[in-house]
Ligand binder design. Sequence first.
Ligand code: SAM
Length: 217
Amino acid sequence: MRLRNIPGSREVIAENHWCIAETEDCKGKWRDIFGNDQPIHIEIGMGKGKFIMALAKQNPQINYVGIEKYSSVLLRGLQKMEEEPLENIRFVRMDAENICEMFDRNEVSRIYLNFSDPWPKDRHAKRRLTSRQFLLLYQKILSSSGLLEFKTDNIGLFDFSLEEVRESSWILQSFTRDLHHDENMNRGNIMTEYEEKFSAKGNPICKLVASLPDNVK
Ligand code: SAM
């Protein structure tokens, strides 16, 4: 998702209560930021934040961090937050490749990736957020009982992601190629903005859930 650049969006973000600057020293300090020791769940590539904000509203006992690369997109999320403030959510404008500078080892209990950019060219495979290179980064910040959840309507990206999970040290817990017709996996599902758009077109939604084996922690 890339919106027209909004002049001043970086400045608005820098001054916003819900936004943490990429340069801030947050690693290992998220408990202080939130002022409690609730588990931390993150969404990488949150877009305008519909999904993570719905989760935060539904689960006040969990702290959420939404990560988005582009300030113009993130700004839309912040505008929604002004209308309905939630104290268990923060946003960071950053590239996921720097995720280990934001979170300490085991600091995160769940990672959500929703409708990540597919990067269809083979030579760009490393940029896919489910590539083995990114899985290695997530492995560092995710706790031993943590989960990675990924949804997409893009079959090519989904097949690639299944392969990357199987080829790495992750354990594939469950997957479906038709989430909305899978009673178990769809229970409690919150639709993202892209999920609503693509399922309205008739595209089946794929989902996988993966975890880490004890011996990699
Ligand atoms: N998750 C939302 C949804 O499902 O509606 C948005 C999906 S949109 C296709 C993908 C989002 O991921 C975009 O907003 C994009 O800017 C963001 N993104 C892509 N690569 C990223 C990266 N390396 N780090 C952080 N965000 C990224």
